[in-house]
Design a binder for this molecule. Structure first.
Ligand SMILES: Cc1cc2nc3c(=O)[nH]c(=O)nc-3n(C[C@H](O)[C@H](O)[C@H](O)COP(=O)(O)O)c2cc1C
Length: 172
């Protein structure tokens, strides 16, 4: 599916609602709620069967998704702030929390569910410049460069990736 051209216009979310989606182990969307369709401007039919990067925004650094997938593979939850791209080119920020879907008998993970809520400007104002910097670095130095920058940033601020995410979560 052709990606929309991003425009600098934010979609404001209803803070009483969750944007929910289910995926298989590869991140292919297997289900979603009506609010996801309403906000992303894609119909459920357009969303189901597509990779979740259908709403990936170019301002999001690759390293954020690497950290996400590393966590999911280790069956660890993560609270990640994500800027998403709607079909009309506008963006919306969400705090995303993940759950593991397990086979009833084997208890093995067979997919993931994401729950997303609105995020305060207090968080996005701090986060956007960091994401932008990481995205810039990735253009020339790839993910090796952004990982190095992120590790230096964490060391300088005496943080780990978990305490950094926790701090953002508290701000929210
Ligand atoms: C349950 C679940 C929900 C996801 N939700 C989003 C999302 O809202 N936005 C997004 O850009 N990526 C989301 N992802 C990550 C995508 O699968 C993908 O890794 C990311 O968009 C980067 O795409 P790329 O590796 O093709 O660049 C989600 C993954 C899972 C497993």
């Amino acid at each position: 599916m052709q990606k929309p051209e991003p425009i600098d216009e934010q979609i404001i979310l209803d803070n009483t609602k969750y944007i929910e989606s289910d995926t298989d182990l590869k991140g292919i969307i297997t289900g979603c709620n009506d609010y996801f369709a309403e906000i992303s401007k894609y119909s459920r039919e357009e969303l189901i069967g597509q990779p979740h990067n259908i709403v990936r925004h170019p301002d999001m650094p690759k390293i954020a998704f690497k950290i996400l997938w590393d966590r999911l593979k280790k069956e660890q939850n993560i609270n990640l702030a994500i800027k998403n791209l709607a079909k009309d080119g506008r963006y919306y920020w969400v705090f995303t929390h993940f759950d593991f879907k397990r086979d009833i008998n084997t208890k093995k993970v067979v997919g993931y569910t994401a729950y997303r809520k609105t995020i305060s400007n207090k968080v996005t104002d701090v986060l956007l410049p960091i994401y932008k910097k990481l995205t810039e670095i990735e253009k020339t130095e790839g993910m090796e460069g952004s990982l190095k920058y992120l590790n230096n940033f964490l060391d300088e601020h005496d943080l780990t990736i978990d305490t950094l995410l926790d701090d953002f979560y508290k701000l929210y």
